[in-house]
Design a protein around this ligand. Structure first.
Ligand SMILES: *Cc1c(COP(=O)(O)O)cnc(C)c1O
Length: 373
């Protein structure tokens, strides 16, 4: 039997997705309102254990609107991890505010509370922990810092649907949170996003901002400059079908991670761990190889064996738009992880045999991918 090419991520659309999308097409409700939009928001709010969920066109827009709802604007600073997808920082930039980068901690790869404390200034308005690769950030010290300095906390939960911090689901831990349903995330709507909050005023502001700023009580009257950031009923239909199986998606990912833990046990790589207070959803099962290994060569060799992998994010402070944002600052943990980290195939489809095949290939390629000095 031909060996399957194993991608890093792939969606599973095996439930009612097609049926619900056909209902949208048959009924003509294909645009930015409809029963699926409401049903998706309600089921997502209930899942996260929050009062309000506001659907939106994608995860980046969710971050943008969440920041605007908090009142973030020009002159303000928001602390974001240096190790994250660029959208975390870009959303701050869209508001005319300044992202200020903090390093991550070596154990969880999420915001290091000590470095946050060092980066707080008179202009700091908010902290944006990112639940990276499905593992929740260490929220208690972050929330304590926020309280002490009168700052908002906005969770970037784009990669962590269903992850738990001390038994509480992400999306319910800060003042407001943003999720993504891009095709490679824990669940997907193709493109899509969600804002969650327990604060009714923030939810109202978010709805106003995403719907062109139109007054909900007075049609075609626009008290503010808003955006057209609506999710379509078709996207939401896919979302409702995905939510029906979200427990399965999370259990599958945790099962795949457990197989990896065993299969990689004797290899010289640092694997992802779960902090004692965390339940990770293992969006991407990721590892860090030693400095003697040429990570990019290793990835190329794995690809030749039909196994796709993905390098960690570049440090955000080294991305061209942010080169001036962190002059004379160092981010040792992010720098090391960005150079030596890679994510392994992690979709809900992976089988135990495939994990064994990946571990074998990794073991072999580690022998042949040492750096030439
Ligand atoms: C995917 C992602 C986003 C952006 O979501 P989109 O839906 O692609 O706009 C934001 N932050 C993080 C950490 C992400 O992984």
């Amino acid at each position: 039997m031909a060996r399957r090419f194993i991608p890093v991520a792939e969606p599973v659309l095996a439930g009612n997705e097609k049926k619900y999308v056909e209902e949208c097409l048959d009924s003509g409700w294909i645009s930015g309102s409809g029963t699926y939009v409401e049903a998706f928001e309600n089921s997502f709010a209930e899942f996260c254990g929050v009062e309000h969920a506001v659907s939106i066109v994608n995860g980046t827009a969710a971050l943008h609107v969440a920041l605007l709802a908090l009142g973030i604007g020009p002159g303000d600073e928001v602390i974001v991890p240096d190790l994250t997808f660029i959208a975390s920082a870009n959303a701050v930039t869209y508001c005319g505010a300044q992202p200020v980068f903090a390093d991550v901690d070596a154990a969880t790869w999420t915001l290091d509370p000590q470095d946050i404390a060092a980066k707080i200034s008179m202009r700091t308005k908010a902290i944006m922990p990112v639940h990276l690769y499905g593992h929740p950030a260490n929220m208690t010290p972050i929330i304590e810092l926020a309280k002490a300095h009168d700052l908002h906390v906005i969770e970037d939960a784009a990669e962590a649907h269903g992850a738990e911090y001390k038994g509480q689901r992400v999306g319910s831990l800060g003042d407001i949170a943003a999720f993504s349903f891009f095709g490679n995330k824990v669940i997907t709507t193709g493109e899509g996003g969600m804002i969650t909050t327990n604060d009714e005023e923030l939810a109202k502001k978010a709805r106003l901002l995403k719907g062109q700023g139109m007054n909900p009580e007075r049609r075609y009257y626009f008290p503010i400059v808003g955006y057209n950031y609506r999710m379509t009923n078709i996207q939401a239909a896919i979302g409702v079908a995905q939510m029906e199986r979200i427990g399965w998606f999370i259990e599958r990912r945790r099962e795949v991670a457990a197989w990896y833990d065993v299969a990689l046990k004797n290899l010289p790589v640092l694997t992802m761990t779960e902090a004692p207070w965390a339940k990770s959803v293992y969006w991407l099962y990721s590892i860090c190889v030693s400095e003697e290994i040429d990570r990019d060569l290793l990835m190329a060799q794995l690809l030749e064996k039909g196994i796709e992998t993905r390098p960690f994010f570049y440090p955000t402070h080294l991305q061209p738009p942010y080169l001036n944002a962190a002059e004379n600052q160092t981010f040792p943990i992010t720098t090391k992880l960005a150079a030596q980290g890679l994510s392994l195939p992690s979709s809900a489809r992976i089988t135990e045999q495939e994990v064994a095949r990946i571990a074998d290939a990794l073991g072999a390629c580690l022998q042949t991918s040492a750096k030439i000095n």
